[in-house]
Structures are given as C-alpha cells and as structure tokens.
Design a protein. Sequence first.
Length: 335
Amino acid sequence: MPVQDSLIQRDGVEPLGQLVADELERRWAGGAGALDAICYYSLVPAGKLFRPILLLDSAQAVGGDPVAVLPAAAGAECGHVASLIHDDIIDQDDLRRGRPSVQSKYGINDAIVAGDALIFDLFASLAECRRTGVPDSRVARALGAVAHAGLDLCRGQSLEAELTASRRFDAATYIQVAILKTAAFFRGACESGAILGGGSSEQVAALRLYGETIGTAFQIHDDLLAYLSNSEVTGKPDISDVQNGRVTLPVILAHEAGTPDQRRQLTDALFRSSDAEQALRVVTRIARNTGAITAATHMARTYAETAKNAVLTLPPSPSRERLTFFADAVINRDC
C-alpha cells in the first residue's frame, strides 16, 4: 500500500513516511542475489509504515533529530515485515497487501530465510545510528528495548497457538496475546525512538505505555476488520482467523454473551466447518446479534484513550499532536 494511501494521512506525516520509504528503497534496491530480491519484494512498495513513523515521532516528541534515527526507523519496518512473512507461513495465507504473500510467491524455505534476514537487518539498522551521531549508550539501550519487544512477540505467537489449540474462549488470554504479539513492536518502536532521541526516563516510560496501548487497540480493531471490511480493502484474507480456528476478541465476547445455541454454532463454525466462507458468515451474524462487535470496539477505544493520555505528559509539539491523532486513527481505519 503506498504511503499516501495509508491510515496515517496528516500534515507532517507523509514526509516522514517518504523518508522511510526512500531509505528502504536505498537499502534494498539493486541488491545481488535472490535473497535481496525477496526482501525488496516484501518491503517495496511500503505498507502503512506505521511503526517507523511512530519511532520518528517519538524521537521528535522528546527533542530528537529524525534524520539521526532514520536507520532505526527503517529497521523497525524490516522487523515488522519479517513478522508478517513468518505469520503468513504459519497461517498459510497466500495474500498480503493485496498481492501474493512472500511464501506464496517464493516458497516457504526462501520466505523463512528472508524473514530471518530482515530480523538481523533490524538490529544492524539500529546499530547504524552510531554513524548518524546517536551516542553509543543510547543505541545500546534501544537495542535492548527492541530485543525485548522481539522476544515478547515470540511469546505472544506461542501463547496464541496455545489458545487456539485449547479452543478456549478466554478474553484475558486474548488481551495478553495482543499485548505480546502485536503491541510489543509498537512499544519497541516508541520506546527505542524516545531513547535514541534523548528522552528522559519519564518520557521514555510515557512513550512505552503509549506504544503498548495503541498497539493493543490496533490488534483489537484488526480482528474486527474481518466483520467490518473485506479482503479487497484490507489486502489480506478475511477468512484467515476462522479458517485457522483463531479465537479473536469479537468471537470470545459473542460466546460470552450468546445463547447455548449460538455458542454451539460458534464452536461448529470455528472448529468443525470445512467451508470457511460459510463459517465467517455464521460468526459475523452471531457477533453482531450479541453486541460483541460493539463491545470489542469499545474496548479498542478504551486502549486508544489510554494511549492519548500517556502522551499528554510530553511537551506540546507537532509530533505529540500526531501521536494523539494516531491513537484515533488505529481504531477508525478500514485496512
């Protein structure tokens, strides 16, 4: 999805996104060999570039120079895309951003290697900030924050697999998965941006909280898109969660609020149906009738409000305004 079509259209945002897009193009265009070609395909044209822009705005919000942290921002996108490549392999999804996923186009083996390469490039990019003038101590702290975020992502993926295998309708575990698997990278981007930008410990903590809560809101809304949008708009299969028996928040809340018959229908649709399209229709109908979609939307808004309140402690600036805007944007998007 081109930068201009992303969910984060706002004054001052597109130039930041273009900086990152240009940096990704510079890093991967013209590379020799199949690996570079696969990585280029996965990164260009760029997606929403949401995490890199959050990193740049977090740095600016504490008085940092966005140019100095640009390599880290490009690395944030590499890490995010690596996780998408591996997700598509796990979920056997053939569509990503409206075109063949990496594993569909190049095969699983090459997709795994490309994802691994992009993870290593995430850390190489962070280390590059030493060359752009960021003190070594800040780079080391930022590396630690991002590494911990990556470990949490892996824990979240594992916990999600456990939840799916157990066939439990457990809202608390779902939220924990969202915090670990998705919000961790948002947290890592905002926290590392604040660190690299020279923020105080209080500012770093505020942006860490902001990243975690906006990331949780993002994931809840993302799981609602299967019932609010379609694959032509989102660029990814809307049947993926149902097809993989993944118990997302709208389904959990529908199960909690449903009648015994509705609960049975949900269980059959998720775990016994061989027709994913029909299963999605059943789940969508029950989620609407039980008010689960409205309830999940309210939960996403609550996390977004917490994110907005977290950045109120930062000095007034265009970056702080954009961070506030993003908290609303993540729960009002259709892709």
